[in-house]
Design a protein around this ligand. Sequence first.
Ligand SMILES: *Cc1c(COP(=O)(O)O)cnc(C)c1O
Length: 382
Amino acid sequence: MFDTSFIEISRSALKKNLEFIRNQIDNNIKLSSVVKGNAYGHGIKKFIPLAEEFGIDHFSVFSSKEALETFESKVNSNTKIMIMGMIPNGKIEWAIKNDIEFYVFELDRLKTTNEIATKLNKKALVHINVETGMNRIGFEKHEMEKVVNYLRSDYIQFQGLCTHFAGAESIANYYRVTNQIKIFKRIIHQFQKKNLNPKRIHCASSAATMNYPNTRFNMVRIGILQYGLWPSKETLIHYLGKHNKRKNPIQRIINWKSCVMNTKNISSGNFIGYNNTFQAQEDMKIAVIPVGYTNGYSRSLSNHGSVIINGNKVKVIGTVNMNMLIVNISEIPYTKKGNEVLLIGNQNGQEITVSAFGEYTNQMNYESLARLPADIPRKIIE
Ligand SMILES: *Cc1c(COP(=O)(O)O)cnc(C)c1O
């Protein structure tokens, strides 16, 4: 049963994507599956056990709330979770008790972690996030001495040393990224000189993993690629060129579907929907789909978007409403109430890709996916 739309997740496509990623990296490199933003809109609850089926045993999330959702969704007891961003101090105890790994990038969190871990008599699994040039989060040079002292505590386990690049998906950032790599290597060396050896060294997202193989160290944090999309077209072209290939090796795993709620004939000259943005230039037929901007279909797709009905790509006309959108079905007048509508997907050689969906709205794949509301039902298909 679905309310107004539903999302399908393809098991075989995910399998293929994960195999592709594994084949790119050495066997000794840990693959952490990034599932922040409700698994990039795919839905944490369904995605976690599915990824576990294909051998994923490490997930990266942004916040302690996402960590809890992942914790409750996982089925394997040895699956690990890492928080890369927000934890209120009040949730640190929960994280330590449940062996949740987490980033620390400022001294207050490090101090609180040490205090709570001491009280619990249990080691906290800490990833030290260092600033290398992204200028967002990360310990600064002048804080390192204090960080090193905390790392000598019996209750802090040096689980990881990490950083993040400011745009490894574009050659325009080459200078900045290679400079970050240099700085990161220097910091790794400084820790090692003090005999502090992190279990994991990691900095590569999908883009860095593909474009800068020397950033893989012994763990990579892969988000967008596992969902079958490239961080940028440039990264795909770089991959194809380097390997002398023509075909995109990965595949979108998501489809988004709804159905026709109503159809109507409109005579020439009438305006359709709110305001005067669309006037029928001839007699036409329209279908109303029960999906609008509250359901994640951007209002900026008004008079621009397309959907697939009965194997035909048809245009959105008029403005996208809060709960409805209108499409022109004059070419497929036999369309009926209840017919399937593809908002993202392919059929009969026609395709609505996430990027087509995104480009129209000037959003990137990441944003279009992450904005898909959490309450749309998700189901797994082959
Ligand atoms: C989102 C994120 C990733 C994954 O990025 P992709 O481009 O989706 O692979 C990796 N690391 C951090 C810190 C992130 O926030």
